[in-house]
Design a protein around this ligand. Sequence first.
Ligand code: GAL
Length: 667
Amino acid sequence: MRSWQGDGIFYGADYNPEQWPEQTWAEDVELMRRAGVNLVSVGIFSWALLEPAPGRFEFGWLDRALDLLHDGGVRVDLATATASPPPWLARAHPETLPRRADGAILWPGGRQAYCPSSPIFRERSLALVEAVAGRYAEHPAVVMWHVSNELGCHNVHCYCDVSAEAFRRWLRERHGDLDGLNDAWGTAFWSQRYGDWAEINPPRTAPTFANPTQQLDFLRFSSDEQRAQLRAEREVLGRLVRQPVTTNFMIGTGIKYLDYHSWASDVDVVANDHYLTAADPQAHVGLALSADHTRGVAGGDPWLLMEHSTSAVNWQPRNVAKTPGQLRRNSLAHVARGADGVLFFQWRASRAGAEKFHSALVPHAGPETKVFREVCQLGADLKALAEVRGSRVDAEVAILFDFEAWWGIELDSHPSVDVHYIDRLAAMYGALWRAGVTADIVHPSTDLSGYRLVVAPTLYLVRDADADALRRYVEQGGTALVTYFSGIVDEHDHIRLGGYPGAFRELLGVRTEEFFPLREGERINLDDGSTVDVWTEWLHPAGAEVLASYADGPLPGVAALTRNQVGAGTAWYVGTRLDDAATDRLVARLVTESGVRPAAAAPTGVEVVRRRADDHSWLFVINHTDADARLAVTGTELLGGARCDGELVVSAGEVAVLREQPAAEAD
Ligand code: GAL
């Protein structure tokens, strides 16, 4: 790992000078200095300009832009520029274009129109990386390299013949021989047995449900193919440059098909892009989840927020602008949760192109605007927070997350279309957020021993080793909560026999003999007053104590919530979809019983998170409510906006960061 941190918090944006006449560049740098911007990503979509014809490179404009930035004291995260191939590539090699499952070609004219398995794309893109890295390896402005951009955002699944060949190669690696593949895919079913590798295809549009393990393996393959591009570019950079390398992940924006837990080791800096779902009034909770998951992917280390928006985006149905103060709350929430850099898409709002209505640091209306004023304010805030750089976030709760479990649980022909992976994750996370408790979102193979509480929401697919690790964690005194439709299948999507929830049956001390999903909109009652929907199951306690049962619905009297004593610990199971109030009550009870402590006692809607270094800790307080908040905490407030004399008063919509000295007590 190459070290990537600067002397404070990075602040900046994607900067696309090629969209503007050079006269504008000087003003850009002047405004960047005013705003406190110290890092910009350059060249992300510049391939067609840098290589206007095959093998003919034109670097003059980029030389001038980088020099200007350097003179202005702005550092550069330089892109390999491979994110979107130029039109000449598809013209010369139409076979590089991706195909959908139904065979339709995805044409150039947007972006990312390439087949991820194309050897031609790979060769041309690496030639570009060689050229760019060779030219700018020693440029004094460049402090970081940015591979491609959001790999797999639009072209993650390609079903063309080139991809089919690559898929077969990948399957040989994974399964060894056809017997292995036939077993893993369960091809005794529906006459699917393969006698020759050439018979195997990606799961192209079929008359009915495609083999689920074929689908799952194709999703794994597709994530690996995108990762292979990252690794190939990184290999070139590894030879030619000495700066750290990153690429921007898309954790927590609904992007499902890239297994970032497995990608993290390929970058020096885990970087993430996050955009709010404007329609969601609680979008700041989703933001926190995304940040906590990014930190989980980064193994708890600081990470970089590579993109978010100053205000509205352009790609949602209704692109709601941010209200005054929201930009600051959003940005500092990422810092609270471990970001050591806050960057945006993009510096200056475009005049032309598909993203011209996307907000930026410099809006169409110019710097005399709410957005630019808030941008300057944020620059000052981040400067004041320089000392938190490198510190880590306190978390006593782990939530297990596995992209493969997400893929598996949402395959077709399952008991209910109303079971969604993110649903219970968000519900459990939301309840913790409201309780002021920070959680790490981690892969199930993570060492859990340091956590007081571990939550496994709808962990449908689980490997034996990971299920065993959760059992050992509980035996040794931990507290676990597992929700319905967990532990159901192994890594081949084969059912674990003997009763549900398969891999967790013994841990939980229950045995379910049949699922009873509810009808659309059906809501029933538990005997403790909670209401539930979507899911019920015919569960038999097998050692576990019953805490609540169904009062009505298809299974009156059957247990819905159980607790099992295992070794020195406790394993809870919730076999149904609790309403929000019941989820809050359950999580509050688990928090208390497992000894988890909130970062600070705060009113609901006031976000509290603690970062910690050896001698100091910092308490971030973000007031999302419209009332002033009072907290009984002491320390030195760093942003200069809040009073702290015996108690901290954070005005409605404001943010405070307290340096606590000595550091607040940890374990
Ligand atoms: C990201 C992408 C940027 C820009 C942005 C708009 O997905 O990396 O290039 O398109 O979204 O929100």
